[in-house]
Design a protein around this ligand. Sequence first.
Ligand SMILES: Cc1cc2nc3c(=O)[nH]c(=O)nc-3n(C[C@H](O)[C@H](O)[C@H](O)COP(=O)(O)OP(=O)(O)OC[C@H]3O[C@@H](n4cnc5c(N)ncnc54)[C@H](O)[C@@H]3O)c2cc1C
Length: 311
Amino acid sequence: MRKLKLTREEIKRVIKDTELDNIIFDVETSELTSIKAGGRALCYFIADKMSDLKKMIETCMKNQIEFMVIGDGTNILFSDKYIDLVLLKLGRDFDYLEFSDGNKIIAGAAYKLLKFVVAAAVRGYDFSDLSGIPGTIGGSVMGNSGSKYRGICDFVERVSYISKKGGNIREETIGLSDDDFGYRHFYIPDLIVLTRIVLNTGKSDRNNILEKIASRIKNKKLTQPVNVKSSGCFFKNIPGCSESTGELIEKCGLKGFVYGGARISDKHANFIENFDNSSSEDIFILSKIVKDIVMDKFKIELEYEVKVVGF
Ligand SMILES: Cc1cc2nc3c(=O)[nH]c(=O)nc-3n(C[C@H](O)[C@H](O)[C@H](O)COP(=O)(O)OP(=O)(O)OC[C@H]3O[C@@H](n4cnc5c(N)ncnc54)[C@H](O)[C@@H]3O)c2cc1C
């Protein structure tokens, strides 16, 4: 006989019984994302230790409790509805950076990408193509984030992750091949949580790299609304299209278009801003309007770059 799904209260009881620390029930998801919109989620758990992370995952899997990993929430939009999810966040033991011999750099998945790019530059490693991108290295690899020049996966040699292969929860380490990633895309079938990333790149003059980083960040500030609540680019660029998605949206005359508390940025049309206490519903409806208008004008189906959850 199929096991019945647990109720909310039963799930909370099962999670309390783990006796793990750092658990918040009925968490406000708007506090966990850069776009600052969204309703409550059943549980938020920060795993400071690998053993705690494994215990929570095992508990969820055994009891058919749905869960999702979050980094810094700079590429996620949660719905306004109550979401029956356990949100897993990597804490203390996953927040580190190590430099080893042979141009290898090892980062815990919770380490911030912004800090990483500068720390690497100080030692002569050039990751300036990844300058100015908020969030964690783990989140960055999961979406192969980057610039028009390169994505982070171009620099990733190996990753460690919590795997669910054969129903067993254990950490695996694998080398990456080009088949594992593409434009804003990374996929390992049995991956549950990315924990550790080994990156590699050549060395060059550190002052030159630091100058490149400063110039990329300056340019980003000029062309993107970096100090406004947003989730970065809302839609992916279209492979093979000579124009960026921002340019397509701009050509539809949508810059500055407002729906409720949400607005298409005046600076960059692929950014949706939460400029006035927007609900997630406003942001989502605005994204649908953009999709419809772009489809009408260019016969192009836009795909979300932002992970929309609970809609
Ligand atoms: C102002 C601004 C500018 C931005 N500029 C850029 C840019 O130039 N280029 C670009 O590519 N992006 C950009 N972004 C988007 C975003 O910063 C990146 O996608 C970032 O890498 C996401 O990292 P995160 O830690 O916030 O991930 P989150 O948003 O928390 O998560 C993103 C996805 O990764 C998954 N995930 C996160 N961590 C893990 C993990 N350890 N294991 C398994 N899954 C995980 C989540 O489940 C989710 O599906 C920008 C965003 C903002 C707000």
